[in-house]
Design a protein around this ligand. Structure first.
Ligand SMILES: NC(=O)c1ccc[n+]([C@@H]2O[C@H](COP(=O)([O-])OP(=O)(O)OC[C@H]3O[C@@H](n4cnc5c(N)ncnc54)[C@H](OP(=O)(O)O)[C@@H]3O)[C@@H](O)[C@H]2O)c1
Length: 289
């Protein structure tokens, strides 16, 4: 696979990756931007934007080696396949090293080490350690929660006149995917930070799920209450609603961690990186109605 690409974004068929491609295109010529997808059929919308698409699964070291040839700066968007991610990211890191990639930015999780969440951070910590051991120049984008994780459920909440969760009075300093994508593009295109730099990224404002339900009630004109459940009961309710057991357990664990402050940070690094305030959660909620 020939040709030099200044920038490459993995997971480019996904929501965050596609936004990161758009943010790069707002800053640099399309000829400098590459997009990695695992399904060839995901290439067309990206090619329509003028970027170079390469195809490789995180599970396929040979394809990754070819796909990362000539890449100078790589945004490694974490895989969505929880449980397989540490090995998949290690494949990407090995391929980046073999290809001589000059810089890797990896999307991790807020607080990674020491987070009270127990399911999601492990694979991110393993990847951060693999990067540190790789000899590659890198930075870690420890993304907080997406506001969209909550706004995607508003139709169901309105239908039921209520929301359930297990985050208690834990505050959630979320931002939109677009905010995190802008930060990734800023780091990738800017003067490179010292290798090993960790950015803890969170929204400028925060909410509890009680706040969220109150705002949803106010903005929709329909009363939506919030019921806080013990994490086991919340997991059982999610399974009852049809979610697979590991997904329900992961979501309940994340809410339990949120109750202990795991999704909160008053670090304003995200707004500093993007040069504007993060998108207020109420604005994202309003737009979702
Ligand atoms: N901070 C948060 O609140 C939050 C929430 C959810 C997830 N995340 C993490 O952040 C990542 C990006 O979020 P998102 O919303 O953009 O997720 P998404 O829309 O599900 O996108 C995930 C991307 O990863 C790609 N992918 C999955 N397995 C792969 C493999 N084996 N090889 C190559 N590519 C693979 C997917 O490709 P396909 O299009 O082919 O599936 C897709 O492009 C997620 O993957 C997850 O690690 C964070």
């Amino acid at each position: 696979m020939a040709g030099t690409l200044k920038y490459m974004v993995t997971g480019a068929s996904g929501q965050l990756g596609a936004l990161a491609v758009d943010e790069l295109l707002a800053k640099v010529p399309a000829a400098e931007v590459g997009a990695l997808v695992r399904r060839a059929e995901a290439a067309a919308p990206l090619e329509a934007k003028g970027v170079t698409v390469r195809v490789a699964s995180y599970d396929d070291p040979a394809a990754l080696n070819a796909a990362l040839e000539g890449v100078e700066r790589l945004l490694l968007v974490s895989s969505s396949e929880v449980g397989k991610r540490a090995a998949q990211h290690a494949n990407v890191i090995d391929a980046a090293r073999a290809a001589g990639v000059g810089f890797v930015a990896y999307t991790s999780i807020l607080g990674a080490e020491g987070s009270p969440l127990t399911v999601l951070p492990g694979e991110h910590v393993a990847t951060e350690r693999a990067l540190a051991a790789s000899g590659l120049a890198y930075a870690v984008l420890r993304n907080g929660w997406y506001t969209e994780n909550y706004t995607m459920g508003v139709a169901t909440s309105l239908e039921h006149g209520g929301m359930i969760g297990a985050a208690g009075e834990g505050r959630i300093a979320s931002a939109t995917r677009a905010d995190y994508a802008a930060a990734a593009a800023a780091v990738l295109t800017g003067e490179l930070p010292p290798s090993g730099t960790i950015y803890e990224l969170a929204g400028d404002d925060a909410f509890t799920l009680t706040d969220f339900a109150a705002a949803l009630s106010e903005l929709s004109g329909k009363t939506v209450g919030y019921t806080n459940l013990p994490p086991e009961d919340y997991a059982a309710a999610l399974e009852g609603a049809g979610l697979p057991e590991p997904v329900a357990a992961m979501l309940a664990d994340s809410e339990k961690g949120a109750a202990q402050g795991g999704l909160y940070s008053d670090d304003k690094t995200l707004s500093r990186l993007i040069g504007r305030p993060t998108t207020p959660w109420r604005e994202t909620l309003k737009a979702a109605l």
